[in-house]
Design a protein around this ligand. Sequence first.
Ligand SMILES: Cc1cc2nc3c(=O)[nH]c(=O)nc-3n(C[C@H](O)[C@H](O)[C@H](O)COP(=O)(O)OP(=O)(O)OC[C@H]3O[C@@H](n4cnc5c(N)ncnc54)[C@H](O)[C@@H]3O)c2cc1C
Length: 415
Amino acid sequence: MTDSQPKALVTETYSVYTSLRSAFMVTTPPPLSPQVVHPVYVIGGGPGGLAVAATLRARGVRAVVLEKSDAVGASWRGHYDRLRLHTTRRLSSLPGLRMPRSFGRWVARADVVRYLETYAEKHELEVVTGVEVFRVERADDRWVLHATGGRRLTGRAVVVATGFNHTPRLPDWPGRDTYTGELLHARAYRNPGPYAGKDVLVVGAGNTGAEIAADLADGGAGRVRLAVRTVPHIVRRSTLGWPSQRSGILVRRLPAALVDRVAALLARIGVPDLTPHGLPRPDTGLLTRARQGAVPVQDVGLIDAVRSGRVEVVAAVEALDGPDVLLADGTRITPDTVIAATGYRRALEPLVGHLGVLDDHGRPLARGARCPREAPGLYFTGFTNPISGMLRELSRDAEKIARRIARLRRAGRGA
Ligand SMILES: Cc1cc2nc3c(=O)[nH]c(=O)nc-3n(C[C@H](O)[C@H](O)[C@H](O)COP(=O)(O)OP(=O)(O)OC[C@H]3O[C@@H](n4cnc5c(N)ncnc54)[C@H](O)[C@@H]3O)c2cc1C
């Protein structure tokens, strides 16, 4: 595919379900302006990429979403069955299309997928599936995208929306390669069915590890242990109808010292002390932690499971040895299965690392409407983990990016 074949792209456009049409509220997108030669390329057909494409479309700017999998919302298709949004439906909708009330307040994973499909359709987005972008390069004042099948796509504006949770991170524990038990990353976990009666160790007490541990305990696993290195902040998803996400939005710009103190007080009132069960209250404040990238764990069953002994908290994993797992306190245990809920990498290096646009941690140097200094026209969205809810921030970033690109185009700076 080359620039001389823009129509080929259009014909590859993704088409999605129509059955939900009446359930959604949507504004009809305006007709596109006739600038078809250089669309804005959006890499990634998750919520972030779709939101950018829709907000560009709403401003009459043509955007083409390049998605490596065979459908939009690939990440959400792959998450575990029980997952629901821990951010509210209202604060998780993307620009220009509300999630229907019938989805309830805490939207189920399958409904998120249906929503994303409908979102692409309602906004008439051009989504080309099965196209992975491997590398972005600068050529004069243009960006060249190297993609599946030897494609070279050229544009003056490119939005990278390949996802914060891009590549599973599996710690390089000593003995990992010769471990004889079952070892998988949380990415591969779907439901407790295969673990009925089994002894399972979940590693990592972030939102994913906490929920998988509770899911296993509810779903008939024989024994569930949760290995914790850093004690998490645990918050109720909502208190007296007030969602914790709203608190996150209100406090996120306040001084951390103040918020940390108030949050500690509220935690003592609202969250039982789990110290006797191996989960003491953290000694670093909630907002301080969040600003370091560790958002609090929303309780969707962990507290009860830990208090009732259905999930046992154990020390961090240090090494694997044959069938055994060695813990930081010297204990040696022999679970049937280890599920590593140990996070993801953004893995942006192969794509844009050579452009000098990433910091030492592999994070983009700029986000939203701001481009890295050396890379005008290269935008990033979805590479932070905000306490206010990532879907909400993706929506806000999308509006900012689209506004800027549309303004530059009107001014004749950026095709
Ligand atoms: C378990 C879990 C629960 C979450 N729950 C919430 C929640 O309740 N509320 C909330 O606000 N946020 C939540 N998030 C965070 C965030 O909203 C989601 O991760 C969201 O999917 C991020 O959207 P994204 O578009 O940035 O990335 P993704 O959804 O990961 O989409 C990226 C897309 O890019 C594609 N892609 C990647 N690389 C390439 C490439 N080189 N070329 C082409 N395509 C590529 C991928 O196939 C994928 O479809 C959750 C995250 C996880 C992991």
